[in-house]
Ligand binder design. Structure first.
Ligand SMILES: [Zn+2]
Ligand SMILES: [Zn+2]
Length: 115
């Protein structure tokens, strides 16, 4: 997925100044500390977005290749985006996002024993 996001940038969520391309030599599209992002890329049209809203990480997905991808949702327009997890992304924040559904199941855990 091509990205038009410029690095360096200042994280709109935690204020971290993200200046280096990171160990993966990929352009960063999210903050390696809080994993927040900014809505500057239009997922539907593929071009730049004029929304500019904050994007919070809401989930991780694991495709067949096993490399985690991070799902962001824009707080302003609710658009979803997906980006590759960088190898120096904050592992604690990643784990917190990944276990959230397990920690808060929408049904009582006892029902699992009855299936
Ligand atoms: Zn941040
Ligand atoms: Zn947006």
């Amino acid at each position: 997925m091509p990205t038009t996001d410029p690095t360096p940038f200042v994280c709109v969520l935690c204020g971290l100044s993200v200046s280096d391309p990171g160990p993966d030599h990929q352009p960063r599209d999210h903050c390696p500390s809080c994993l927040g992002s900014r809505h500057v890329h239009d997922q539907h049209d593929g071009g730049a977005s004029d929304c500019d809203g904050r994007m919070t990480p809401i989930s991780v997905v694991v495709p067949r290749d096993g490399r985690w991808r991070l799902v962001h949702r824009c707080v302003r327009c609710d658009e979803l985006s997906e980006s590759a997890v960088a190898s120096d992304d904050n592992p604690l924040v990643l784990m917190r996002i990944a276990v959230r559904p397990l920690a808060e199941p929408p049904f009582p855990l006892e029902t699992l024993g009855e299936v």
